[in-house]
Design a protein around this ligand. Sequence first.
Ligand SMILES: [Zn+2]
Length: 102
Amino acid sequence: MPKHHRTATCPPWCVMGHGVHGGEEDNVHVSEQLSVRNTFLRLAATVDPATGHMEGPYLLVGSEEYTMDELDQLLDTLGQLRAAAADGGMGRSQRAERLISS
Ligand SMILES: [Zn+2]
């Protein structure tokens, strides 16, 4: 295992081995890669070392890229579907009820 070289701008979840390739790649931070079946999931962000400005983090799901807002929506949606499945039927979620009644 190569040692993980952290930079001053590394987010806490970064496991990128910085300082190996140098240049632009040192501005890119990635998390440990997790997987569900054959889909890989991880976080990625770009930090400008001069300004400390971070772009991201983004969630990478396979080749798709989600912002944290989109991730929240995804989790919310998954939760609704999971709850519907647990109810044993296609009962309307609370959010759907709100949308319908408004
Ligand atoms: Zn990093």
